[in-house]
Design a protein around this ligand. Structure first.
Ligand code: MSK
Length: 669
């Protein structure tokens, strides 16, 4: 690497271990994504979404001129077939939604299929960990959870429920008619908007296929109609595939409740076998966590000269095992190469999504075994790359096979550089856990949260989610935005790599409230004993934000639909198509979404205006883009204040204990 083509570590991240490891990587001549982002510029046409490559007469590139942008010249740009700029951008946008939603919902399908195999006795290493959730979820599918025995109604056998539920859930993906079961979980007026605008999804697969059909050359030529299908597909994911991924993972592995965890590269050990589980799917990582605790595997590690194992997560597989078992997180998406460069990782075990192909070549420079495990996600090259196919029917056997490969590799470590830094955090705030924390075991409730929003101690709620992105400063965009929000008494819900940024910056501890939160939020956090930023799980768990928001509406006093809430979403460093799918289901559910990295839509001002303004009239939510995190925070605060004003709670009040009649008065106002 020549000097001018390297990233300057202090300029590309605010995270100390990342900076340290980048310097080590550069000293060793090891290139990372941070360096490649400096070397390789983005394509202007692509970032504006105005390249159509949906047929072989193109790609048709239609640059946006200043005159068109200013409106001093009419926009007559077209591709060879006559497709307008807005059609081209809309097709590209819809395809991003389809791809992103497919990733999350196919993950959901894998979890449901394993649940089904478990229910029918074919996957004996799994069981029902949360029976309460099983019964709750069965209710959403209209499945009986009690049976009549004589005069008494008694609980139905859990395995009978599981079998019926497994079949019903599996059918959701390929359902051709009707509507998906979970849509009814939304507040009635939100559901009514979906009915009115014809966006209730039938089945997940059908909505994706329809996007691919409509965006084929010469089909849908109406950008609003294309967005309509993107909205429908996004709901099939947010209120379908993703929500099922979350629910069925909870049933299989337990619903998260607050637990302590550690984060950053410093969690790797000098004396133990380090296994990193990376990706998104919890099915194998759960088994690896179980496997390293078995006596035979512990003995095996000792026989190889190690003191035991560290199973550390990366990306959202990390969040899955963190929120349920308190297993440590080695790092986020942008830190995956750096983990290998520590020289301390015996096995980088990957499942699906957010796995950089460069791991194969980086692993070659160290002793790390880069192990792919899923039939849909293999890696073609790399002398340290191997494939151990995961099978849910033999899950523990496969997990132990991988653990042994890692232990055998312990002796091959050479130059080890583990930065000592790590942070403590409190994680695992599922919707159920928040309810419990606010109301107690027997009277779990969101009412105390609503009361504090109404009396102004808490100004609003913002979900800050999504990836890290090598084109913006690592972690900084998340941290600056979130600190500004909590300083203004806004409680933040977080998932994915954004949650990891918060953990590394010390925002996920109850003590953070006294340091960073405004006085109202700090008081609430201190009273309830929660951090000002609540870690809700992996990126697929953004569905938990939907269910939490629905609980807030149900608790009363803050309007009748999701669009009424003083709430918003933000993804300051998004990079994955999944984030576009998530954003679109937030918008279609009535939540404004702020991005810190632009959507590829600005090559068509007409289309951008549709997503940033006009769509609001349909669903009560819209997209926005602001790269400066502080300005972004204040735009979000303005949205929140606007909704507070509409609710008649814009003036901070002294705390009044409200009963249902009081709340109804506010709703009627
Ligand atoms: S891992 S999708 S970089 S959040 Fe879920 Fe992080 Fe984004 Fe991957």
């Amino acid at each position: 690497m020549s000097d001018e083509k390297r990233a300057v570590p202090e300029d590309v991240s605010c995270d100390i271990p990342t900076i340290k490891m980048l310097k080590i990587a550069q000293e060793k001549g090891q290139e990372t994504i941070f360096d490649r982002a400096v070397k390789m510029k983005q394509c202007n046409i692509g970032t504006e979404g105005i390249c159509c490559k949906n047929c072989s007469q193109g790609p048709c590139r239609i640059p946006l001129t200043k005159a068109i942008k200013d409106g001093t010249e009419p926009d007559k740009r077209t591709g060879l077939c006559g497709a307008t700029a807005e059609t081209i951008v809309a097709r590209n946008f819809a395809r991003m939604v389809a791809a992103g939603c497919s990733a999350h919902s196919d993950h959901g399908r894998a979890v449901v299929e394993t649940f089904r195999a478990m229910a029918y006795g074919e996957a004996k290493d799994y069981t029902i960990k949360d029976e309460l959730k099983l019964r709750e979820v069965a209710g959403y599918f209209g499945i009986a959870t009690t049976v009549q025995e004589g005069d008494a109604e008694v609980p139905r056998d859990k395995w009978d429920i599981a079998k019926e539920l497994a079949d019903a859930a599996t059918a959701q993906f390929g359902q051709q008619r009707g509507e998906m079961a979970y849509l009814k979980r939304a507040p009635q007026p939100t559901y009514d908007r979906w009915t009115k605008h014809g966006v209730k999804p039938r089945g997940f697969d059908r909505e994706v296929v329809e996007i691919m059909h409509r965006t084929h050359m010469g089909v849908d030529q109406d950008y609003k109609n294309l967005v309509k299908q993107a909205s429908r597909c996004s709901l099939a994911n947010g209120w379908g595939g993703s929500m099922m991924a979350t629910d069925f993972s909870d049933i299989l592995f337990g619903t998260p409740y607050p637990t302590l965890g550690n984060i950053n590269l410093g969690v790797l050990s000098h004396t133990k076998v380090n296994i990193i589980v990376h990706g998104h799917d919890p099915l194998l990582s759960e088994m690896i966590v179980a496997a390293v605790h078995t006596p035979d595997m512990i003995e095996y590690a000792k026989s190889k000269g190690a003191e035991g194992y560290v199973v550390a997560g990366m990306c959202c597989t990390a969040n899955e095992i963190l929120v349920r078992h308190g297993m440590p997180i080695a790092g986020d998406y942008l830190q995956q190469e750096l983990a290998v460069i520590t020289g301390a990782v015996e096995a980088m075990v990957v499942d699906v999504q957010c796995v950089m192909e460069s791991l194969a070549s980086v692993s070659e420079c160290y002793h790390t075994k880069f192990i792919t495990t899923m039939p849909i996600a293999k890696c073609a090259s790399g002398k340290n790359t191997m494939h151990v196919e995961f099978e849910e029917h033999h899950a523990m056997e496969k997990a132990k096979e991988i653990v042994k490969i890692a232990a055998d590799n312990f002796k091959n470590r050479k130059d080890v550089n583990i930065p000592s830094d790590q942070n403590k955090m409190v994680v695992g705030f599922s919707t159920e856990a928040i309810k419990y924390h606010l109301g107690g075991t027997f009277r779990g409730s969101f009412v105390p949260l609503n009361d504090n929003i109404i009396n102004g101690r808490i100004r609003g709620v913002v979900g800050v989610v999504g990836c890290n992105n090598a084109r913006v400063e690592h972690d900084t965009v998340h941290i600056d935005l979130i600190k500004e929000l909590i300083k203004h008494d806004i409680v933040v819900l977080t998932t994915g790599c954004s949650a990891m940024a918060c953990g590394k910056a010390g925002l996920l501890t109850p003590e953070a409230a006294a340091i960073y939160a405004g006085p109202g939020l700090a008081e609430v956090c201190e009273t309830v004993g929660i951090p000002p930023v609540l870690h809700m799980g992996a990126c697929v768990d953004n569905s938990r934000i939907l269910t939490a928001a629905t609980e807030v509406v149900k608790a009363g006093g803050l309007g009748k639909e999701l669009a009424d809430l003083p709430a918003a979403g933000a993804a300051p460093g998004w990079m994955s198509e999944k984030a576009v799918g998530i954003g679109q289901y937030f918008v279609t559910s009535g939540v404004n979404v702020m991005l810190g990295v632009p959507l590829p839509i600005y090559g068509s001002p007409k289309f951008a205006n549709y997503l940033e303004n006009e769509i609001y009239d349909l669903y009560g939510g819209k997209w926005a883009y602001e790269p400066d995190p502080i300005k972004s925070a204040h735009k979000i605060i303005a949205w929140i204040d606007h909704n507070r004003e509409k609710l008649g709670i814009n003036v901070a009040r002294e705390r009044v204990l409200m009963d249902m009649a009081d709340r109804q008065k506010i709703e009627a106002a």
